[in-house]
Design a protein around this ligand. Sequence first.
Ligand SMILES: Cc1cc2nc3c(=O)[nH]c(=O)nc-3n(C[C@H](O)[C@H](O)[C@H](O)COP(=O)(O)OP(=O)(O)OC[C@H]3O[C@@H](n4cnc5c(N)ncnc54)[C@H](O)[C@@H]3O)c2cc1C
Length: 658
Amino acid sequence: MTDSTDASSHHVSYADYATGEPVVDKAVPSGAIETRWERRRFGVKLVNPANKRSKKIIVVGSGLAGGSASATLGEAGYHVKTFCYQDSPRRAHSIAAQGGINAAKNYRNDGDSVYRLFYDTVKGGDFRARESNVHRLAEISRQIIDQCVAQGVPFARDYAGLLDNRSFGGVQVSRTFYARGQTGQQLLIGAYQALERQVKAGTVEMYARHEMLELIVVEGRARGIVARDMVSGEIEVHTADAVVLASGGYGNVFYLSTNAKGCNVTAGWRAHRKGALFANPCFTQIHPTCIPVSGDHQSKLTLMSESLRNDGRVWVPKKLGDDRGPNEIPHEERDYFLERKYPAFGNLVPRDIASRAAKEVCDEKRGVGPSGLGVYLDFDDAIQRLGRKAVENKYGNLFEMYERITGENPYEVPMRIFPAVHYTMGGLWVDYDLQSTVPGLYVAGEANFSDHGANRLGASALMQGLADGYFVLPVTIGDYLAKNELDAVPDDAPEVVEAVQSVTDRIDQFLSINGTRTVDSFHRELGQIMWDYCGMERTEEGLRKALDRIPELRREFWNNVKVPGTGAELNQSLEKAGRVADFLELGELMCLDALVRRESCGGHFRGESQTEDGEAQRDDENFSFTSAWEYTGRGQAPVLHKEELTFEYVHPTQRSYK
Ligand SMILES: Cc1cc2nc3c(=O)[nH]c(=O)nc-3n(C[C@H](O)[C@H](O)[C@H](O)COP(=O)(O)OP(=O)(O)OC[C@H]3O[C@@H](n4cnc5c(N)ncnc54)[C@H](O)[C@@H]3O)c2cc1C
């Protein structure tokens, strides 16, 4: 089905989905988990160094995953073309990461190990991740720190000069490396420098302000992309021997999220339409510590790093309707609900648990702030214990950011926080080699369906993006290139012509609808539907409502959206229209995925599936699988392929942080 016929397409019930053949990860070696990655690396076919120059690789994305992949592939001698929609790779959303990056270095000698990081991550993800991938991630975590230190990333150090660590949720050791509250920025500058070095060396060609709008698939293999020069509007064809998508997460399907405004699903969704399965789309992370929504005018939300929960205490008044200022409420009249409910982990429970606990007290009408949708994050005790200077050293820039946005001084009045959409665990399905179901299409970082299962532990996204880019892809993609000698794709190949045509048709259609509603108004409405029905709590009834409403909204979009301007110029409404059109399809798939998964796990909380004390109740017998969806046409019921998950090492138990 083409985009132009979609406007009139009939509504086919998504809930009529079919179940297809299981999807199997054929790339993962068997045997002892500790040696799987070692054996995979030894098993790959190598590309002769002299031949690497003739192999072209396209990398879409220059955040931590794409930047590190491009730099490493360039350094290895491949001919790399890297794309990003920002004006510089340095502005990728990764720059926003605040809190830190995990690594099993055990510098604190507090009992950490590769195995413990592996264990914590499998458990933290509520047993919905692959053991082999997670173990590899834990192994590589140590190399990442060495790599970044060698690049000069200024990690925080302790008094003795050793790299410092702090704790993040869901763990009882201190393994998070950080650079004040700007870890992502410092890591990205490291990757960016390495990337620019390759640009100078001529191995990487950088295409900033270019948006990938289509994947080119020739004889079943990913062979290139169609991109739009966002300044001139020119549509360009770029072909290659393999394509890497490192295009980030899709949390902005909710309109309001902590993601940068530009984050979107288009690269991944275009690939999905061309045959790449989309895995666990409903697994969304809601982060407990964000600045509460303050009104309709807002277009984005601000995260306050999880690291703040190392020293900040979360509370609400015990009494209903207590409207005293926070400093007037004595300690004994405060409910430190995380410490009360989860004494073993206290304020450092994982994000899904902390978010739900905050929702629960707000549902009881004990929330604080003008909307009642907020809880306090209080540093009073920490300031008294450590002194203001020490708190300032650790979190100074976060406190400053909070004060600038809210006008309140968190050294004097507790911060107010509330959960918000933050990260998407779902993404394109990949095997152990990070290859999607389209041969030659690799997916890295937040764009793949990730090693985090149903809930990502804090400080693990940076670790995964850099593991994928610096260490995994350069090995596995080489294997593919060594084994597949591919002819160049001519610009007039029918698949290329078709891909270009579909991009230009779509742009023409956006510009010709000339309706009455802005792109943003559709996006905002979609976001509200997603938040209400596919947000912190999902129910059969709500999801069915969303599945009815989203196709209607999509049809209205294709009939009534207004995109001013032309395609031959910088046109932000046009850019947004393309992204929102894809969100309108993705949102429906997310709701279907959430409906089909009739269990709660991690961030996916089904109201119908909870324990007596309100915790997520998994159903391992029926749902111990990754869902991988096949596209069959817009508004058409997709096909579900299941990848069964097996746990040989970390045996599934009811997660407990009590
Ligand atoms: C506020 C915030 C704080 C966070 N803090 C932490 C933290 O402390 N620790 C942690 O581990 N994680 C953290 N995370 C999560 C983490 O930052 C992200 O998951 C991670 O940085 C994603 O990296 P990435 O390389 O996959 O994608 P991104 O950094 O989002 O990069 C995506 C790239 O793809 C490009 N792109 C996308 N689509 C297209 C297209 N169609 N055409 C061309 N280019 C395209 C973009 O231009 C960009 O270069 C945080 C997230 C947020 C929102």
